[in-house]
Design a protein around this ligand. Structure first.
Ligand code: BG6
Length: 489
């Protein structure tokens, strides 16, 4: 099935932090795919900006290396790669300084084009860079600025960043990335919920018994120790990606799929989350830190050994939470969230557990209530577990079966990376899949008391062996309620 590609307007995309990991691993490969599919208009330019002494040729050489590492060979036709590389340019710029060489960037930019400033830098530079963009007279009305997470490390620092960026750009020009929102399967949550009447009618506390959201990773620190140790799993995954998934699952139908109606509904979910009081934190949260163990049969070191230098740390690499949404739709329905590094499989999934039938008509049959498993990655798809009559004579014997949709089988398409969609949306000016200021701040308002309660308790995270599903207390968290985690993967 061929996908319809709608070209975007002519643009100049300035990538600050052009020699960094995000640019090379994600942004350039994503732009290449969009170029290859004919979505980037001829003449669109990507202008790398960083402090290194490079010229266009040297930057293109780095970009070629990045494509070789991150785009499969069969998609790297030499002529296409060459044409793409010719759309890349480089400007040497110390963007944190007002006198860092902005005149060089100004000389390159075309005032007639959509202008995207992508800040692939440390968040503490977002404010200074925006100030300098404005001082250099480069913040045209057709500009957008793209910010990566984390937006701050708590509510106060998020507000400072939002104020600083907001002093230069209007909220409609600010695109805060949560790359989970760009994943195809996450966008599909909107289709599942709002294009299918059967689910729309069943999506509430009368029919749904509980929901689980799991984002499990097998990787450890991947060389990001300095950042990760100051963040931890709650800031790195829960405050943003997991809460966004929760919002999409729980929100009311928006009036349209325009940016603000969608974000208004997500915001209401965030504001309806039961506050994390110290008592709730004690009974509804588990934090863990991985110890040495084995992943896929290979020994891996523990978190402290990964950090190195004999460092001690009480940063969590695993979180399990029981969350409640205080509104009419969800009253009494627990949402169990868990995420961690060095778990047995890479799997992101949402499990919607329906209630049991009110009375069984099948004596002796162990009826399993319906359960919808939405596989976000890998092996993207959906499974609806149902009870079915086992064929054959001699009474009515039932067996659990599944309606099973594999997206690969249904569509057979390559799954575009989240950044492909998000980058093109910034050029289009479509902010539906980006976080608005009030959403980010509402997420911090909820997360901050939790972080404070953990800090006040002062207890170390519970150890778990790499390759297991986190500390046993995480299993206790859900089993106490007579439920079990769905073992995907
Ligand atoms: C990032 C986190 O936002 O998401 C990483 O900082 C994490 O720690 C990553 O590994 C997971 O993303 P994905 O797309 O691989 O599920």
């Amino acid at each position: 099935m061929a996908a319809t590609i709608i070209p975007v307007a002519l643009f100049d995309a300035v990538v600050f932090g052009a020699t960094g990991d995000l640019t090379l691993r994600k942004l350039l490969p994503a732009l290449y795919w969009r170029f290859r599919d004919g979505q980037m208009p001829p003449g669109a330019r990507v202008i790398g900006a960083a402090r290194s002494e490079l010229d266009d040729a040297a930057f293109r050489e780095r970009a070629a290396g990045a494509l070789a590492a991150h785009v499969p060979q069969e998609a790297r036709e030499a002529a296409t790669v060459d044409r793409f590389l010719a759309s890349l340019f480089y400007v040497r710029l110390d963007a944190a300084r007002a006198d860092g060489g902005w005149e060089r960037l100004a000389a390159v930019l075309d005032p007639e084009r959509v202008r995207v400033f992508y800040l692939a830098t440390a968040p503490d530079l977002y404010g200074p860079i925006c100030r300098n963009i404005a001082a250099a007279g480069l913040a045209s009305p057709a500009s957008r600025v793209v910010l990566e997470k984390p937006i701050g490390h708590d509510l106060a620092s998020a507000r400072v960043i939002n104020d600083e960026v907001g002093a230069v750009f209007a909220e409609t020009q600010i695109f805060r990335i949560d790359h989970y929102l760009g994943k195809e399967t996450v966008q599909n949550l909107l289709a599942l919920r709002f294009a299918n009447a059967i689910f729309a009618r069943l999506w509430n506390a009368d029919v749904i018994e509980h929901v689980q959201i799991t984002v499990a990773e097998t990787v450890g620190l991947e060389g990001r120790g300095a950042y990760y140790d100051s963040a931890g799993a709650l800031r790195d995954m829960v405050q943003n990606h997991m809460l966004q998934l929760l919002c999409l699952i729980a929100m009311e139908p928006p009036g349209s799929l325009e940016a603000d109606p969608v974000r208004d509904e997500k915001l209401k979910v965030l504001r309806a989350l039961a506050p994390m009081t110290p008592e709730r934190v004690a009974s509804h949260t588990v934090r863990g830190q991985y110890d040495s163990g084995a992943i896929d049969g290979a020994r891996v070191p523990g978190y402290l050994a990964d950090l190195g230098d004999g460092r001690r740390s009480t940063t969590e690499t695993f979180v399990a939470l029981k969350v409640e949404i205080r509104n009419w739709r969800w009253a009494g329905v627990p949402f169990y969230l868990r995420t961690g590094k060095r778990l047995p499989h890479k799997v992101s999934e949402i499990v919607v557990q329906f209630r049991a039938v009110p009375l069984s008509l099948f004596p002796g049959a162990a009826l399993e209530a319906n359960r919808l498993v939405i596989r976000l990655q890998p092996q993207e798809g959906m499974q609806l577990a149902m009870m079915t009559k086992e064929p054959g004579p001699g009474g009515l014997r039932l067996a659990p079966t599944a309606l099973d949709i594999s997206f690969e089988q249904a569509f057979g398409l390559r799954y575009p990376d989240a950044y492909e969609r998000l980058l093109m949306d910034t050029v289009r000016g479509n902010a539906t899949l980006f976080m608005r200021r009030d959403e980010v701040e509402a997420a911090w308002s909820w997360a901050e008391p939790l972080l404070e309660a953990w800090a006040a308790r002062g207890d170390a995270p519970r150890p778990y062996a790499a390759g297991t599903w986190g500390p046993s207390a995480a299993i206790g968290l859900i089993e106490r309620d007579g439920r079990t985690w769905h073992e995907g993967g």
